[in-house]
Design a protein around this ligand. Structure first.
Ligand code: HAM
Length: 418
């Protein structure tokens, strides 16, 4: 039997309504903040991600689904959206049409990671990117939007972590200090961190290994090396979050796994999803547009993992969604009434009612069972004496009451059911 590829998941009809709910909420919140949707292709030229995300990152060096197409071009399934959104922003000169572009997306992403709970190879993100302003209020707005989506879903056990990575110049000074600090402890670092010492020393900070974290206890803090403008912006982000009553923790080791960040970075963590606890992550990337060939344009954004969010909802017993119901199940009392029933169903469906009837020639008892299984609000009985008199019986399944309606006045049924 052919099965789904490791790390991919089917979303079955019994679950899809949770996704609809989440997607609906995401669209509503982004709309309230005046973000407009952007859709970019599932695959891009590989060089976009290599340049945008950074050659040394885990995503680019180990996790991308890359292939050579029949024309000999190296293409990659998108592992994240920011690079693609920035590419589209430059390609379509969006910056010339509007000085601030507030964009959002909902899309599948692909990373060849080791699958586990909350970590897939095809997963889904929603996210936002604001291009054209360096205001720290936009940084806080990103956190506010993500936080309000999560709390609206009923999630409670959340921690907002924020940090500032400063400018490349201030960061370079810090990186040298960190390297100096770790150089005489090199032998005690894990092998992975040893290799990062030269090429990507900042990433040692978010190593999960205790051995590394112990060595880092007295390491210099990135926040002590921030330049004045980064420091001021960080202060503004913090005070705006406080004024919005969003609790946060400053985490000077939050460096994130993508190379494009400058100044603010943040993550929102749920304590209810196990090891893969980061529900969303983001930050400012003031140099990315330039690096990808556009005019200097500051940017900030975030993305959230939808599988993780739904997992957190499940584990917190949040997301109390109403059960799916249909409006009417039409029970056919006589087999040869199929044309009549189909006609009736068609009329009612055109009037925005959710209608089901029997296509399997089941007995009346089995049709009633099906109506209950489908959680139908009403049944209509097609057939019998009433039917031959030009009437039809509508039964309310929640209280058992029955009312007769004239078949030539179906609008009365529609207003009763709606
Ligand atoms: P990221 O931290 O790589 O950031 O991913 C954001 C979120 O996507 C994570 O917090 C997590 O919830 C989810 N996620 C990542 N990998 C997986 C996976 N393998 N399985 C399930 N969920 C996953 C970015 O992608 C940046 N583009 C965010 C950003 C936007 N920064 C600025 N703008």
């Amino acid at each position: 039997m052919i099965k789904a590829v490791t790390g991919t998941k089917d979303i079955l009809p019994s679950d899809v309504f949770k996704w609809h709910h989440l997607e609906g909420l995401v669209r509503k919140v982004f709309n309230n903040y005046n973000y407009l949707e952007i859709r970019t292709p599932i695959f891009e030229q590989t060089s976009l991600f290599a340049r945008g995300i950074g050659e040394e990152t885990d995503i680019v060096s180990k996790e991308m689904y890359t292939m050579i197409d029949r024309g000999g071009t190296s293409i990659t399934l998108k592992p994240e959206m920011t690079a693609g959104v920035v590419r589209a922003f430059i390609e379509h000169s969006l910056g010339e049409k509007s000085s601030l572009n507030k964009l959002y997306y909902i899309s599948p992403m692909f990373r060849q990671e080791r699958p586990q709970a909350g970590r897939l190879r095809q997963f889904h993100q929603f996210g936002a990117e604001a291009l054209g302003s360096s205001s720290p209020f936009l940084d806080a707005e990103m956190i506010e939007m993500a936080y309000s989506i999560f709390t609206n879903l009923g999630l409670k056990d959340l921690v907002v972590k924020i940090n500032s990575l400063g400018t490349p110049e201030s960061r370079e000074i810090y990186k040298n200090e960190l390297r100096k600090f770790l150089s005489d402890k090199k032998d005690k670092l894990t092998n992975e961190s040893k290799t990062r010492l030269e090429k990507n020393v900042l990433r040692i900070l978010d190593s999960k290994a205790e051995q590394d974290q112990e060595l880092l206890l007295n390491a210099p803090s990135l926040l002590d090396y921030l330049d004045e403008s980064s420091l001021n912006d960080f202060k503004s982000v913090k005070s705006y979050l406080s004024s919005l009553n969003i609790p946060y923790e400053v985490e000077p080791k939050l460096v994130r796994g993508l190379d494009y960040y400058t100044k603010t970075t943040f993550e929102i963590i749920s304590n209810k999803v196990g090891a893969q606890s980061s529900l969303c992550g983001g930050g400012r990337y003031d140099l990315l547009v330039q690096e990808l060939g556009g005019k200097p344009t500051p940017g900030v954004g975030f993305a959230a993992g939808m599988e993780r969010i739904l997992l957190a909802c499940e584990n917190e017993n949040a997301l109390n969604l109403p059960q799916r119901q249909i409006d009417i199940f039409i029970v056919r009392l006589e087999k040869d009434l199929i044309y009549k029933v189909a006609e009736l169903a068609s009329y009612l469906r055109k009037n925005d009612l959710v209608i089901e009837y029997d296509y399997l020639d089941r007995s009346v008892k089995a049709q009633m069972r099906e109506a209950n299984r489908l959680n139908s609000k009403f049944v209509l009985f097609a057939g019998g004496e009433e039917f031959s008199r030009g009437e039809i019986v509508l039964k309310n399944l929640s209280d058992g009451t029955q009312v007769n309606f004239k078949l030539n006045n179906l609008n009365e049924i529609i207003s009763r059911v709606k």
